[in-house]
Ligand binder design. Sequence first.
Ligand code: SAH
Ligand code: SF4
Length: 419
Amino acid sequence: MNVRDSEHMIAELTQKENYSLTQDIKDADLILINTCSVREKPVHKLFSEVGAFDKVKKAGAKIGVCGCTASHLGKEIFKRAPSVDFVLGARNISKITKAIHTPKFLGVDIDYDESDFAFADFRNSLYKTYINISIGCDKHCTYCIVPHTRGDEISIPFSIIFNEAKKAVEKGAKEIFLLGQNVNNYGKRFSNSHEKMDFSDLLERLSEIEGLERIRFTSPHPLHMDDKFLDVFSKNPKICKSMHMPLQSGSSEILKAMKRGYTKEWYLDRALKLRSLCPKVSISTDIIVAFPGENEKDFEDTMDVIEKVRFEQIFSFKYSKRPLTKAATMPNQIPDDIASLRLTYLQERHTQILDEIMPKQEGKEFEVLFEELRADGAVAGRTDNNFLVQVKGSEELLGKICKVKIANAKRMVLYGEII
Ligand code: SAH
Ligand code: SF4
């Protein structure tokens, strides 16, 4: 979401304010730092980054701090980093053109509604297009700062999403990537009266765009994975067969304390149903270890889900205590050494699982959308079920979808040849 927010700011500045992008910090008239506050580390990094930019920037160049940490720390950022010229929170980014002209501008209203703001158009990639379908989040998971920095959930009107997708496809995009904190809760609340539809209908309607080949999305919430959604996902050939199913914990007790709204049994039922409806699907997940009160049995439940679902990809984190969240005040915070042991154990086991999954891809054929030039005359892209594939080749492959036969499977990359 931050990548897309950055694209929106670049669009506004380059098309409405005559800015252009530079790769050289010494050349910049404006330095924007787009921040995340989901875990604690990036927040610390912000202030060291501001200090480093301040030393090298040219005289008179402005620094703007944007994103979730801007929302969360607000005017405190001016106190801790006086060289910052403006602070612009998530879901306030349409104010960027005002911020650059207003000394010490502070835009951190989490109720601000930019769900139907007409942003100018800029995209980093010609082939893959990020599209926001909702802003904010209504879930209030007890560990998570996002609802406090991105506000309540509002769906973006279908007409805006559709037009963005169509325009991108006309310019050559093959893939659209729909973004939101709970994408499959789409359509529950619009800020004005708009055409009603749920996420499954949204996917079906977008898939009718001629020339569009692939649809991806993140993050769906396991609670809203109803049968209709799994059915549409499995059957619609334009929907990439890669599902992110953020587990967070495999223990029903911990899931309750996290306020996730589902149990271990519900999660397993959905994941295994998905595997049976759609055998080629790859499933990725997010897991937090050492949430307050997590005991050995709870952690074993998480490992049990890993054994049963055999995720193709896991993003795993140590629980990080975040201000404004309910979990920060819970008793039984877990010591860091135990958290580290659990994280290492989980990651090592997942590595072993990957070492079983990946060699099985050798000899298989995949459709790959090539997106990136690599060193030594190689080009990389993704299969529809999200494996990273590399072949020998050059620029002319970029943006093309080709059939590739896998010759050599490594843990993170499949090496193959175009057939
Ligand atoms: N809306 C998405 C996630 C957004 S945050 C969802 O519900 O899945 C991305 C990931 O960061 C989360 O899935 C979670 O695993 C992790 N995360 C969020 N808050 C965290 C915290 N306090 N400590 C550690 N990880 C956290
Ligand atoms: Fe955070 Fe939960 Fe909302 Fe995801 S669903 S953004 S984890 S509160």
